[in-house]
Design a protein around this ligand. Structure first.
Ligand code: ADP
Ligand code: ASP
Ligand code: MG
Length: 594
């Protein structure tokens, strides 16, 4: 018998009327001949309310008690949903995370799922019952209640679908699908019919709150088809799959409104310092993004990165200690910055996306204070006031309001199967994972064809990055990684990598620009190696970047430019150490490779 998992988010179960509506959807699925598992969130803004109650007492409530408190929201909904189903004449049973056997680690408020027992659910399903599962929660080995992080019911739903081998996981929410950007922010956003796991994972991680990013890691690993659709209508929504029918250079744009930028200024430039910093941050389970380590000058370098705004205090605490440990000059930070990113699988094959994005932003005289790129995403940091306008310009320059066929520029692959491929091919693979959310590495790669150029002090004003990368593109040079960060004295530092064969041309173009801008001559390294680790959910597994740095530092290898995304972490090292670095990383990650 086919099995379907349906998840209803907070707004979809905000009152008893809506709970009855959701119950009817579950009944319809059952009548169509499916076994049905329903996963629910807390009603409406219940979780926010519970959090604010604790905050009325103290600003630093213990994480264990926060989990006890927050998990109560979902317990109310499961009971009401089961009561609704029974009142409509259907057999149903509600289950908490503990009753199901959703085992997690003990990182309260950010727990990861280790295993899910399917026995009790199967028993109930086989007895003809609709199973109502509490989202967002689990239980650790000591029997403590844990929660998976805000928005985590999506992850519960997809994880249950994976464990049960469900045919589909439907995510019912208050929008009718995944849009090219948040439709509540931009009216011109367009609903997509299909989107790939990699794109959705990246978008979710960069701020598209429609899905909890970790749910997409599960979907990709275990091959779960996810259907995001409206609770309040019957129109079909968006499918999240391995290979969408068509793709364009840019699939969507995301905004993370509440970010903070931190810089550790004047870090002695030697192996191990970046490692120490990220080790401490990883221990605090803070997910960093937009990591930029400037090319060292006079033996010192600056390391900047962004974190979600609500992790700022915790990050500052960490930096205070680390700063002393490694002898950095001081810590600098900026609140109220926003990260605007574009994501697309097609970017890998189609150049020109970066300069187009930078130009669109500069046309509005908006200053970009940081840039980082990876294979399938480009992120820019702007001030909070400029965020919405930046998003609008970026959405418009890539014509995201138009369908791929209207854009007429895609690789059409409609004959590809819709059913997604699993990353984990056999039960053996699944067993090898000690936890369902463990990291999986697909590939570790060494690219020895690149060179690196740094402009150490370009003017920090609108249009600089646009001008620079347009001129480089005009010279026929394809740029790989780009990082820009604010340097000292209001100057920006831009570093990029290019194929070595293009180095002379690139130096020529960059020197001309330096003359025009009256800035220092570019620095370059003709032979860099890029070491990349490719996998799933690399950024949200906060310890991974740290392990990469540590492994290289232990081998005496200095890390230069860093680029992180959910499916890729790349770093440049000196070419002479590339091969050694590759072997060290292969050894370090041997157990996680698939
Ligand atoms: P739920 O409570 O059902 O989990 P969420 O509020 O977590 O709902 O997610 C749905 C919201 O996500 C939408 O109301 C929308 O404002 C927001 N959102 C952000 N980015 C996107 C996007 N790219 N596509 C659709 N919705 C998005
Ligand atoms: N109720 C939880 C929250 O508000 C989980 C969820 O809704 O996904 O974060
Ligand atoms: Mg949600």
């Amino acid at each position: 018998m086919p099995l379907i998992v349906q998840k209803f988010g907070g707004t979809s179960v905000a009152d008893t009327h809506k709970i009855l509506g959701a119950a009817r959807k579950a009944i319809r699925a059952a009548q169509a001949g499916n076994q049905v598992v329903v996963v629910v969130s807390a009603m409406g803004k219940t979780t926010d309310h519970l959090v604010s109650l604790a905050k009325e007492i103290t600003n630093r409530p213990s994480h264990r008690e926060m989990d006890m408190l927050m998990s109560s929201g979902e317990q109310v909904t499961i009971a009401l949903m089961a009561i609704a189903l029974e009142s409509l004449g259907y057999k149903a049973v509600s289950m908490t995370g503990a009753q199901i056997g959703i085992k997690t680690d003990s990182s309260h408020t950010k727990a990861r799922i280790r295993s899910i027992s399917t026995d009790s659910m199967r028993k109930a399903l086989n007895a003809g019952k609709i199973v109502i599962a509490a989202g967002f929660q689990g239980i650790d080995d000591e029997g403590n209640i844990t929660t998976l992080g805000r928005g985590g019911s999506d992850t519960s739903a997809v994880a249950l679908a994976a464990a049960l081998g469900a045919d589909e996981c439907e995510i019912y929410t208050d929008v009718d699908g995944v849009y090219t950007t948040d439709p509540r922010l931009l009216a011109e956003a367009r609903k997509v019919t299909q989107i790939s796991y990699d794109e959705m994972l990246e978008l979710a991680s960069l701020g598209a709150g429609v899905m909890h990013s970790r749910s997409i890691e599960f979907a990709k690993k275990f091959g779960v088809t996810v259907h995001v659709r409206s609770s309040f209508s019957d129109t079909s929504g968006s499918l999240i799959v391995a290979t969408p029918e068509s793709n364009t250079a840019v699939a969507g744009a995301a905004i993370a409104k509440n970010e903070a930028r931190l810089t550790l200024v004047g870090v002695p430039d030697k192996p191990g310092n970046a490692m120490r910093l990220f080790a401490r941050i990883a221990e605090a389970k803070i997910a960093t993004d937009m990591i930029v380590q400037n090319i060292g000058q006079e033996g010192r370098t600056d390391i900047s990165f962004t974190v979600p705004g609500n992790d700022l205090t915790a990050t500052l605490d960490v930096l205070k200690t680390v700063s002393e440990e490694i002898g950095a000059e001081h810590v600098d930070y900026q609140e109220n910055v926003a990260k605007i990113s574009v994501v697309g699988l097609g970017m890998e094959k189609q150049g020109g996306v970066a300069e187009k994005m930078f130009r669109a932003i500069s046309r509005k005289m908006i200053n970009i204070s940081m840039i980082t790129t990876s294979e399938i995403k480009i992120s820019t940091l702007v001030s909070w006031e400029d965020a919405l306008e930046t998003l609008r310009e970026v959405h418009s320059v890539f014509q995201l309001e138009k369908t791929p066929s209207q854009l007429n520029s895609q690789l059409n692959s409609s004959e590809l199967p819709l059913k997604p491929a699993k990353l984990l091919k056999s039960d053996l693979d699944v067993e090898r994972l000690s936890g369902m959310e463990d990291i999986l590495i697909e590939d570790i790669h060494l690219d020895q064809t690149q060179a690196r150029i740094t402009m150490p002090d370009v003017p920090d004003k609108p249009g600089i990055a646009a001008e620079m990368f347009e001129r480089i593109a005009e010279a026929g040079i394809v740029v790989d990684m780009i990082v820009q960060s604010c340097g000292r004295n209001g100057k920006a530092i831009i570093t990029y990598t290019i194929p070595r064969t293009m180095l002379d041309t690139a130096i020529e173009v960059t020197k001309k620009l330096a003359d025009e801008w009256k800035s220092d001559k570019p620095l370059y390294n003709p032979t860099v190696a890029i070491l990349s680790v490719r996998g799933t959910g690399l950024r949200s597994h906060t310890g991974l970047a740290y392990r990469m740095f540590k492994t290289l530092a232990d081998g005496g290898i200095n890390v230069n430019v860093i680029s992180t995304s959910e499916r890729n972490i790349s770093i440049t090292v000196d070419n002479a150490q590339g091969e050694q670095g590759l072997q060290l990383l292969k050894k370090e990650f041997a157990n996680e490779m698939i």
